[in-house]
Design a protein around this ligand. Sequence first.
Ligand SMILES: Nc1ncnc2c1ncn2[C@@H]1O[C@H](COP(=O)(O)OP(=O)(O)OP(=O)(O)O)[C@@H](O)[C@H]1O
Ligand SMILES: [Cu+]
Ligand SMILES: [Mg+2]
Length: 700
Amino acid sequence: MGNKHSNHSSHKHTADNKMKHSKMDHSTMDHSKMDHSEMDHSEMDHGAMGGHAHHHHGSFKEIFLKSLPLGIIIMLLSPMFGVQLPFQFTFQYSDILVALLSTILYIYGGKPFYMGAVDEFKEKNPGMMALVTLGISVSYFYSVYAVIAGYVTGEHVMDFFFEFSSLVLIMLLGHWIEMKAVGEAGDAQKALAELVPKDAHVVLEDDSIETRPVADLQVGDLIRVQAGENVPADGTIQRGESRVNEALVTGESKPIEKNPGDEVIGGSTNGAGVLYVEIKQTGDKSFISQVQALISQAQSQPSRAENLAHKVAAWLFYIAVIVALIALVLWMVIADVPTAVIFTVTTLVIACPHALGLAIPLVTARSTSLGASRGLLVKDRDALELTTKADVMVLDKTGTLTTGEFKVSDVELFNDKYTKDEIVALLAGIEGGSSHPIAQSIISYAEQQGIRPVSFDSIDVISGAGVEGQANGHRYQLISQKAYGRNLDMDIPKGATLSVLVENDEAIGAVALGDELKPTSKDLIQALKKNKIQPIMATGDNEKAAQGAAEILGIDYLASQSPQDKYELVEKLKAEGKKVIMVGDGVNDAPSLALADVGIAVGAGTQVALDSADVILTQSDPGDIESFIELAQKTTRKMKENLVWGAGYNFFAIPIAAGILAPIGITLSPAIGAVLMSVSTVVVAINAMFLRLDPKSSVD
Ligand SMILES: Nc1ncnc2c1ncn2[C@@H]1O[C@H](COP(=O)(O)OP(=O)(O)OP(=O)(O)O)[C@@H](O)[C@H]1O
Ligand SMILES: [Cu+]
Ligand SMILES: [Mg+2]
């Protein structure tokens, strides 16, 4: 149980760390809002996409549905291309009625577009909304002019109210569908929010049960979680036993047995037992909120791929405007003004670089939620792309490739001042101040022997070497043999990790510990080699222990590495022009995690390690490193595909819209242009949705 417990506190660590990083974005952190997600879909999506100026102004769905009858009336009353269709009817002055109705449609239905365009111009970043606005404005104003000119000159001038209204309707519909597709491609925030139930059963003083909204839960409340229910908030089990599935929260796939004293995480699913849980964290401080904050932090900073997409979209705007102007002038010369207006409008509309704008965010959203559901949390999105270019992976040994669950194999005495039990009491006492995996193992060892730890007055961690502290007026150190610096009079068990207990600069005892490789470590090394990533193990542990592990794994290694050494190793590899991934969990890994191109902190890791990393794997399973590489490769491929499609589509669409194929009889109407632009976006969304990970190969 002790072990499971420590796993849990590590989840908490992960969470606390995120807390510091996130700017506590109110829109994503407000729990009550998320629980009762009545928010309009497009707004939700918008939040997840971040950074875009458009779609702020009302919901496309609502505006579309209200504009639909108006648009249909206009279309029925106005001839398309001047051709009378059988179901159309016109009467005297019907064109004035059409102009009036179109004005209403322009003001109401066009609003999301021109307001979006205003935002874009304010940000000096004209894009899709500006193009759509130009398109509908040109067709609207020209048509108004046509009607007036018709009455002034007494000659019929062709108007485009039919094209105008169908364009507005299709644009609204298209953007509504797009937003839905965007939402379905994966909104990690929402998926996580849905894990938390809306209500909790609070056990009152008199043992009666009151059902309260989760938002009203207080720290210290005792709640009852029924069998099969999701846990509403983080807490500690007071009574009851069950198996709890935390898969969706932490990525741990198997249900975990829980007993009184164990912690449960809000959003996990209770198995067959009833649990009584004392609430420890609610709202923003809960684990799940912290994960959400982390995700929104990652999504709020544009990745390099996204910046590229934005640049291309901006270019597209200028290209579309220029091509539209050229088409306008040329077609006025070749044909007439109405023909020229049609080609211009179609060009503006078809170029709406919506697909391009969404190409990357859609994949990111999908990839983030996919990753989160497997316990792969990406803090810095560029880490995904960089991972696909990696040449070397530097791995820490203890806690990363090995379990970190040490067994004390030997306790050695160097003088008779202390008994063995007294040495163990000192060891356990000084480890009270350390978060190193060795510490927990020694403390448990003392516990099993029924030995009470010596209480220390002060304890300090010496990173990469051990711990030191004061007790009973003496100064003690528990450090590696390398840090001790002198030879010891003892037989060191083969492959063991050895730490020396020093009193006033003299070795008084030593403890030898053994640790085992994790079952998936070997697979990871093989997978790395297959992916042409050279694995190097860099460990703070001694030569013998390192060699033992390295031989089994078939991996290059460096032993007795101080935090500085690890840092310099990464520095050296980078100087050789290599892209370096660093994987670690300890304090001694933190500097190199920060320096590496991609820093991956594994689950049971310490606070500092988690803070310095770009990627956090909530479990410390080497198999997850493999999954992360797979996620990185697939995500990057999808992004490239979407960029090529989003940009490439325009390469053909713009010239055709401008009428380049008119000589062979192929022309597009503005409405068809609008349909194509929506379809191109839906293609991008569907492609993103097909981002999947292989099922995890689990080793038991
Ligand atoms: N809390 C501790 N208790 C006992 N010995 C320690 C402690 N911390 C460090 N040491 C000693 O210092 C050595 C180096 O520690 P360090 O944290 O740099 O590496 P490590 O965690 O053992 O290995 P790795 O770098 O692969 O994780 C350990 O092998 C151990 O001998
Ligand atoms: Cu668009
Ligand atoms: Mg370590």
